[in-house]
Design a protein around this ligand. Structure first.
Ligand SMILES: Cc1cc2nc3c(=O)[nH]c(=O)nc-3n(C[C@H](O)[C@H](O)[C@H](O)COP(=O)(O)OP(=O)(O)OC[C@H]3O[C@@H](n4cnc5c(N)ncnc54)[C@H](O)[C@@H]3O)c2cc1C
Length: 259
């Protein structure tokens, strides 16, 4: 059955960006609906580092729960995609230059804030189409109850790299072919103590390993030139161990345009 719900703002995509925007709008008492296709936050390893500007902005808006950092400027050395050489400085009294925090944890925190501020978060809802009207936009979503239309004054497209909003709204995109393929996942290492920690260059790219709190290791492997074959999703990590028991989808592939 087709039904329509009215809202001031529809946010498509409940990743970190969508949930944070929803939480911020909710703080101003704006009526917001988030439409997210996933049933729950993905625990797969994704971003793990929050950089200085984001740390500062989030802290000022009352997220992260970080203490005041230092009375003097603080500098940390970091890397970009495994290439060392970044020197990141924050002024005195700002939080840390680099914060290690799992993306999934931030997503959960932002979602909790959003819900606490009255935002309606609809999981299991995949947006399939948009229709521009004179005073707003109709957002069509497939949910557990079938197709439903959300009539919104404003729309936020926060649905990631392969955005339906971008396609439906007719935004052009400028993309470049990948030069690096990589695969990452949660693995149980056969000999965890022998695994090198952090970013390690290899002849074909790099391997990254880092322990995560539940006893698994987050592991990524890249090949600079060889594409990772399709169909590897969910397979055991060939470099370092076995698949997480009972969770076949613990490896994923991604590509990036430049090393
Ligand atoms: C391996 C890896 C490591 C990374 N490391 C870092 C890092 O250390 N630091 C950093 O700052 N960034 C890092 N990034 C980048 C970071 O993960 C992304 O910038 C971030 O996820 C973008 O957030 P987003 O909310 O815009 O999009 P996404 O996280 O992609 O979220 C989009 C959401 O929209 C939903 N969605 C998509 N289509 C629809 C639809 N049609 N209807 C409803 N919902 C939909 C998806 O289910 C998803 O939940 C990393 C990325 C990868 C892949």
């Amino acid at each position: 059955m087709r039904t329509t719900t009215h809202t001031e703002v529809a946010v498509v995509g409940g990743g970190p960006v969508g949930m944070l925007i929803a939480a911020e709008l909710g703080a101003y008492g704006i009526d917001v609906v988030v439409l997210e296709e996933r049933g729950a936050t993905s625990g797969l390893p994704k971003a793990g580092t929050v950089h200085a500007r984001a740390v500062q902005a989030l802290t000022r808006r009352g997220y992260l729960g970080l203490p005041r950092w230092s009375d003097v400027p603080v500098t940390e050395q970091f890397h970009f995609a495994g290439m060392p050489g970044l020197s990141i400085t924050v002024p005195a009294a700002e939080p840390v230059p680099i914060l290690k925090r799992a993306q999934a944890d931030l997503e959960r925190e932002f979602e909790e804030r959003a819900r606490g501020r009255g935002v309606t978060v609809l999981r299991g809802h995949r947006v399939t189409a948009l229709r521009q009207g004179p005073d707003g936009v109709d957002v069509v979503a497939e949910g557990p109850g079938g197709e439903h239309t959300y009539s919104a004054g404003f729309l936020v497209g926060a649905d990631g790299a392969r955005s339906t909003v971008r396609r439906e709204a007719g935004f052009t995109e400028d993309t470049h072919p990948a030069t690096v393929s990589a695969m990452m996942g949660l693995v149980r290492l056969v000999e965890p103590d022998k695994a090198p920690r952090g970013w390690c260059r290899t002849e074909r790219g790099w391997v990254i390993t880092k322990p995560v709190p539940d006893g698994h290791t987050s592991c990524a492997r890249s090949t600079a030139t060889d594409p990772i074959p399709t169909g590897t999703h969910g397979r055991p990590c060939e470099n370092c161990g076995t698949r997480r028991p009972g969770s076949p989808d613990t490896t994923s592939r991604w590509r990036t345009p430049s090393p």
